[in-house]
Design a protein around this ligand. Sequence first.
Ligand code: HEM
Length: 510
Amino acid sequence: MGLPLVLGTFTIIFLGLYYSYQKLRFKLPPGPRAWPVVGNLYDIKPVRFRCYAEWAQRYGPIMSVWFGSTLNVVVSNSELAKQVLKEKDQQLADRHRSRSAAKFSREGQDLIWADYGPHYVKVRKVCTLELFTPKRLESLRPIREDEVTAMVESIYIECTTPENKEKSLVVKKHIGAVAFNNITRLAFGKRFVNADGVMDEQGLEFKAIVANGLKLGASLAMAEHIPWLRWMFPLEEEAFAKHGAHRDRLTREIMDEHTLVRQKSSGAAKHHFVDALLTLQDKYDLSEDTIIGLLWDMITAGMDTTAITVEWGMAELIKNPRVQEKAQEELDRVIGFDRVMTELDFPNLPYLQCVAKETMRLHPPTPLMLPHRANSNVKIGGYDIPKGSNVHVNVWAIARDPAIWKDPLVFRPERFMEEDVDMKGHDFRLLPFGAGRRVCPGAQLGINLVTSMLGHLLHHFSWAPPNGLKPEEIDMTENPGLVTYMRNPLQAFPTPRLPAHLYKRVPVDV
Ligand code: HEM
């Protein structure tokens, strides 16, 4: 009894002194009162970006929030976002790695979790000059179009099956499949699911690895922020090692398959990321850890983000029948009724593009982006951000700020017809992909896929709420988490609106 009490008292006094020292030494941004040991951890409501937006009303657009003994600074207006992501970008471009992220990324050997430095600059160059070039994006377009037509077919089959008459369907099931197949094909050159929807063994392994990674990552959340408490949550070293080994074995197996195919076809490389990275390994001096890390970064960052955005977009379109009809009117006029849309039609579909943009404004899938970390002492908005603090930009709150948006809560794509606002990091009012050095490298790919999915869903079907529900009753609450799913997956009732022969998947082998 005696020793824990003494230790506990000592720690509380030490942390009290630490907070006071930080306050005296630095001019920290204001914020809610921090408790000893836990800081503000127990005051933060589960949907963090909403909680921070509420607090910003009280404490202002730059705030201190303490996760245990770690200072987190949250900025919530576009002027401060510009300071963080443009003016002080280089000093704020490190990443905070949780213990699980550190393990998965082998201490930042990948891109997402790498600190800003020579390794990051090299890997980022590989992304910009090799992986996400317009040419590669175009060469992978057939994959996206194959998957989007597969989605249309699966919805058509489900809603025209006689026993499903009058039944609504779960939208996420269909859009999630596009996101999954698209990303595994793009990164690994593999469609793990056959034409009948059955997943092969490698695919099942792959899914298990993704699910296990999420579980391991979440299991440490509490101990993460209070380092001296970690002894109570022993790091599941063995589970991490097993997980890492499983992931590496499957990835190596796939890499070997690709190397074999390349050797057989005398070096002619395909366009998938795995082939690109293996072919470029020597040129850029990439370790195997980096190649594996990069491939999994694409899965982590590129799969759920697109599916989540489309689900929110469909919820808004069902809530706002006027917008749905206007987008369909444009599709009917431009595409007609005897062919399906392709990405080449985008330039002729300005309203559809505005629908995608308005969706990302109101529902950015990563509302606090990914946290950045200060690699030196920095001043933002007149306050000190000490080295080692984390900085979050509440892009959700900025995109709903009444000081810069007219009727910010209304879903009105026309606003972007009236004023063209960039969303790829050049206009600090709209930042679904972040901005600056760490801006999302997959932004254009994400925009293309989201626009294409929304376009196909609207051209092929009319959408209504499930029986008995009024459009305004659709539940728009968010699930807590780094990426923001709808808390209750959207259910909807589709009615086909094109000739039956246009609902067939057009498979391609790229
Ligand atoms: C709607 C779709 C998407 C949205 C809204 C989105 C958003 C974001 C955001 C906000 C960040 C953090 C930026 C920062 O830290 O400042 C990010 C990073 C990243 N995204 Fe995306 N993303 C999307 C799709 C994709 C896709 C399709 C891929 C790849 C296939 C991808 C790959 C990445 C990577 C690798 C990073 C880490 C960049 C770095 O740390 O330097 N994203 N994304």
